[in-house]
Write a new protein. Structure first.
Length: 94
């Protein structure tokens, strides 16, 4: 899944969650993220003033085992990240 010009993180997350091949139950996804279905739908709506909360990006990526939203943010910041092989701790936990 690639980002389109002018996309925001909300757009990337919406496409990921609404991908018909994934057949996701968004009510279950919301519950697993610790939020309500209403909040999730509000955040991924098409209204450009709505924002997807940053604190849900990593849990969503881990839940879906898809890091496209993080890749998008890294690209927007002009940065590149990668998984550290064999390291179960983040650098700030050492």
């Amino acid at each position: 899944m690639s980002a389109n010009s002018g996309d925001q993180i909300r757009d990337v997350v919406r496409r990921l969650l609404q991908d018909p091949d994934r057949k996701l139950d968004l009510r279950t996804v919301a519950k697993q993220l610790g939020t309500s279905y209403r909040n999730l739908m509000h955040w991924i709506g098409t209204d450009p003033t709505r924002k997807f909360p940053a604190e849900f990006v990593v849990p969503l990526c881990e839940l879906l085992n898809d890091y496209t939203p993080l890749d998008f943010l890294e690209n927007e910041a002009g940065r590149l990240a990668f998984e550290i092989p064999g390291d179960d701790q983040t650098p700030w936990q050492h």
